[in-house]
Design a protein around this ligand. Structure first.
Ligand SMILES: Cc1cc2nc3c(=O)[nH]c(=O)nc-3n(C[C@H](O)[C@H](O)[C@H](O)COP(=O)(O)OP(=O)(O)OC[C@H]3O[C@@H](n4cnc5c(N)ncnc54)[C@H](O)[C@@H]3O)c2cc1C
Ligand code: SF4
Length: 496
């Protein structure tokens, strides 16, 4: 801890975001850069606490509740950044996180919710230090392929190239195993590539990492659906182990009257096609669902919904609004959500900030349910019929939404995007391999062990835990790699 009074003398500061009205004119990331000296000064706010809650994803309330899920050595690299020892900071960072360039951009930063300084002052800007370290590492040429000196002769097939599959592949390759990653999309990256839009994570950042992994010796086979183009059993025969990292891609539907109308789409149909068209042709090929000049209604108030808002505004929509069935979060922590837990408070994310700047008000409405969609004579959606709800406690303790009489509303809509979360992984690969599922239809494999009921088959990431976060996918990919290494070699020296 180089500066013992930094937390007293220096206020939290972050790089400014680009003007929302201007940035919707392009697909570049929303943040600007900050002077190196300012980043170093910010890093000196870290108190190097005796118990750094920021770096432990465990707390008195139980595992996974607080802090960084990959246990980043946050106080150590904060101090190294403050002292200008960037290369050492990078080495510490890469010990625990394979892809800080992703988490440093899009992680919701549970670490900052658990920062001890955050109890009575704005927390240390940990996430920004993380991305600054790795971006500087790439800029200076310090991030180079980590090629194993010896190969073990063991082979591993990873199904799915999202952050879980990538982390697993990187770790297993570093242990000398020969890893092939199968991906059904035309480009690797999972939701890093075809889920999270460019303004949150520019795709050259994902491609740079994939290229590095190829240089390390990992093979990527794209345009190949396991279970269809190659039978999952065949993979099991051909490789020593198989790791299922197929994500939780089954979206929650809204089976109300009019769901079949044209213009009612799942969010991922909208977001995925948009990124592909952008990358293939700068949207020239027209192979995407356009929100241009449309009244857009996004159903779902989470991250995916926000990404739909930001994308619709970039298409030049007439108007966008976002409907959420849950109540509006409070502005500060409630008694049931104490420090060091992740703070569930009202946030204005980039998409809402842009809508406020352009339309004049926050696009979100809370406690709203959709009763039906109504279409025109050509079968295109033209309106939503909604009503307000109240959450009422039933005799058995369950909370149930109850309609508020007289609150019915009709909303004009030419495009409706369903962003209500995901139910779990698709069945194909799991069924072909005979992998048991848990009650939520995820692959059944104990956290920390990752082994399924089928010998030599492991599961990690959203396919195992349900839709979650990139940082948890990395945590699971690393953990599964350790389990696979131990399975193949009898013991493992890989870190989690
Ligand atoms: C729109 C959106 C925005 C998000 N924003 C954030 C965010 O800002 N921050 C954050 O931390 N998290 C965010 N998330 C969540 C995060 O992206 C996921 O938790 C994470 O990507 C899960 O990683 P994964 O590797 O388990 O699965 P995925 O990233 O889903 O990757 C699974 C891959 O497996 C492939 N696949 C599936 N079946 C097969 C098969 N049979 N054969 C071959 N390949 C197959 C898929 O094509 C996919 O590429 C977001 C999610 C969405 C949908
Ligand atoms: S990965 Fe997420 S939780 Fe961990 S240090 Fe980075 S921003 Fe914080």
């Amino acid at each position: 801890m180089g500066n013992p009074t930094g937390f007293l003398n220096i206020n939290r500061n972050l790089p400014e975001d680009r003007d929302p009205v201007l940035r919707v004119g392009d697909w570049k990331e929303v943040h600007t850069e900050m002077a190196v000296s300012d980043i170093q000064s910010q890093a000196s706010r870290c108190m190097d606490c005796g118990v750094p809650f920021c770096m432990a994803a465990e707390s008195a309330q139980g595992p996974g509740i607080a802090g960084c899920p990959v246990n980043n050595l946050i106080p150590e690299w904060n101090d190294l950044v403050y002292r200008g020892l960037w290369k050492d900071a990078l080495a510490r960072l890469l010990k625990t996180n394979n892809f800080p360039e992703f988490t440093g951009r899009v992680c919701p930063a549970p670490c900052e919710s658990s920062c001890v300084l955050g109890i009575n002052a704005p927390p240390v800007s940990i996430k920004h230090h993380e991305v600054s370290i790795i971006d500087r590492g790439f800029e200076m040429g310090w991030v180079t392929p980590n090629i194993p000196e010896e190969r073990t002769g063991k082979t591993v097939a990873v199904i799915g190239s999202g952050p879980a599959g990538l982390a697993c592949a990187a770790q297993l390759n570093s242990a000398g195993h020969t890893v092939t990653v199968y991906e059904r999309a035309d480009r690797p990256g999972g939701l890093l590539m075809y889920g999270i839009p460019n303004m949150k994570l520019e795709k050259h950042v994902v491609e740079r990492r994939i290229k590095l992994m190829e240089d390390e010796g990992i093979t990527f086979v794209c345009n190949t659906t396991i279970g269809k183009d190659i039978a999952a059993d065949k993979l099991k025969e051909d490789f020593d182990t198989v790791v299922i990292c197929t994500g939780a891609t089954v979206p929650r539907d809204l089976p109300v009257e009019g769901r079949e109308l044209k213009g009612v789409n799942f969010a991922m149909e909208f977001l995925g096609a948009n990124t592909k068209s952008l990358m293939d042709s700068e949207l020239e090929d027209g192979n995407y669902i356009s929100a241009n000049k449309k009244h857009v209604v996004v159903i779902g108030g989470g991250d995916t919904g926000t990404d739909c808002v930001g994308t619709s505004l970039r298409h030049g929509c007439e108007h966008v609004q976002q409907l959420e069935i849950m109540p509006q979060p409070t502005n500060s922590r409630t008694a049931g959500n104490p420090w060091p837990q992740y703070a569930r408070v009202l946030k204005v994310d980039y998409g809402q900030e842009e809508a406020i700047a352009i339309q004049g008000d926050d696009p979100r409405s809370y406690l709203v349910t959709t009763k039906k969609f109504v279409g025109d004579e050509d079968g295109n959606v033209k309106e939503l019929h909604t009503c307000q709800i109240e959450w009422q406690k039933q005799d058995d303790g369950r909370m149930t939404p109850v309609d508020v009489p007289g609150s019915e509303k009709v909303i004009k809509a030419d495009l409706v995007l369903l962003a209500m979360g995901f139910l779990g992984p698709e069945g194909g690969v799991l069924d072909q391999l005979g992998v048991e599922k848990d009650p939520r239809s995820n692959a059944q494999a104990e956290y920390g062990k990752y082994a399924t009921n089928v010998d030599g088959v492991f599961a990690a990431g959203d396919a195992r835990r349900g839709q979650s976060l990139i940082v948890w996918a990395i945590n699971e990919g690393r953990g599964a790699a350790q389990a696979v290494d131990a399975y193949l070699m009898g013991k493992s020296y890989l870190p989690r």
